[in-house]
Design a protein around this ligand. Structure first.
Ligand code: NAD
Ligand code: UDP
Length: 317
């Protein structure tokens, strides 16, 4: 099989590339490096089953030969990333999604789009089932990402209904793990970087807002199962083990006992959802999937990955 992954140089895209190559398939990675990094794919430079195409997905893409599957992950994905690249985020999830769907249709390939729990916005219920339509201010700062992803889902269903595209939609909840950018501004990366470098841990607001954090191998196994399924409506993939942000800060400090960091409360940004927690009934029923990695194990792996990449390690004398 020949699999195309847009956003292949990113955190999830590069880990997905490794997984699909390990399955024995060929991978064509597509990226414009707006938030991704070449070093995430450096280990594949001499792999004959991997090809990297530097391309901007808001432009149509022509590929020679067959493509069997398209995973569309290309989009800035963090508040820092999408505030800095507002229009690029909107275009990656509109023109970009249409272009990847056109390619999938041309090649009769299966298509999977990476959507997000952020489409639920400031959700009025928790946990959020796929049948909940969300609550998003269309002109709020977060709407750049939330509405872009909502459009991306709409577009995917339109291609499915009107043109018969073979599509899947996965709503991923906060995912973390090795290869994350220590400066991406996400809570897990920020707290671990701050703890390893003895900086104050910046908890926004009173820290009672809560997230459920899913380890990367769990999220990607959900994506792979969804691609193999024949279900076209959205499926939540995430870990239901909810943690408040202040509790997460404490857990990270416990896992880095030599850290001299202390918690420092800072202003909470607007439109920051209070609770994001997946209802996983559909993932269980349709995919037979549930997450398996505990937060302690996952956070320990990411801390080790950061240390291996030199975060917080004093230079050798
Ligand atoms: P990331 O920023 O590490 O990866 C995104 C990749 O897409 C980067 O390599 C970037 O350079 C590339 N890209 C962006 N716009 C592009 C364009 N126009 N053309 C070509 N390449 C482009 O982020 P990530 O965490 O790996 O997220 C990947 C996908 O998963 C995104 O669509 C994101 O919205 C979605 N998602 C991620 C999470 C999470 O917690 N990590 C949760 C929900 C959804
Ligand atoms: N957060 C925080 N301090 C930080 C970064 C984030 O308290 O340095 C909070 C943020 O306000 C949010 C939560 O952690 O409530 C998760 O933030 P992240 O950007 O990782 O994910 P998202 O809000 O997009 O789910």
């Amino acid at each position: 099989m020949r699999v195309l992954i847009s956003g292949a140089a990113g955190f999830l895209g590069s880990n997905l590339t490794d997984l699909i190559l390990a399955d024995g398939y060929e991978v064509i990675g597509v990226d414009n490096f707006i938030t991704g990094k070449r070093e995430n794919l450096a280990h594949l430079s001499s792999n004959p089953r991997f090809k990297l195409i530097e391309h901007e997905v808001i432009q149509p893409l022509k590929i020679d030969g067959a493509i069997d599957r398209v995973f569309h992950l290309a989009s800035p994905a963090t508040t820092v990333g999408y505030y800095k690249n507002q229009i690029a985020t909107l275009k990656a999830n509109s023109f970009g999604t249409c272009n990847m769907l056109d390619l999938a249709l041309e090649k009769s390939a299966r298509f999977l789009v990476a959507s997000t729990s952020e489409i639920y916005g400031e959700a009025a219920k928790s946990p959020q089932p796929e049948t909940y339509w969300g609550f998003v201010n269309p002109i709020g700062l977060r709407s750049i990402y939330d509405e872009a992803k909502r459009f991306s889902e709409t577009c995917t269903m339109a291609y499915h209904r009107e043109r018969g595209a073979d599509t899947r939609i996965i709503r991923m909840f906060n995912t973390y793990g090795p290869r994350m950018d220590p400066h991406d501004g996400r809570v897990v990366t920020t707290f671990i970087r701050q703890a390893l470098t003895h900086q104050p841990i910046t908890v926004y607001g009173d820290g009672t807002q809560a997230r459920s954090l899913c380890y990367v191998s769990d999220t990607l196994s959900g994506l792979r199962l969804a691609m193999d399924s024949d279900f076209h409506e959205p499926i939540n993939v995430g870990n239901p083990d909810l943690v408040t942000i202040v509790q997460l800060a404490r857990e990270i400090l416990e896992l880095i006992p030599d850290s001299k960091s202390k918690i420092a409360f800072a202003t909470k940004p607007d439109y920051d959802p209070r609770i994001l927690k997946p209802d996983l009934m559909r993932a269980r029923q349709v995919l037979g999937w549930k997450p398996t990695i505990s937060r302690k194990e996952g956070l320990s792996n990411l801390i080790e990955d950061f240390r291996n990449r030199g975060v917080g390690v004093s230079p050798a004398r």
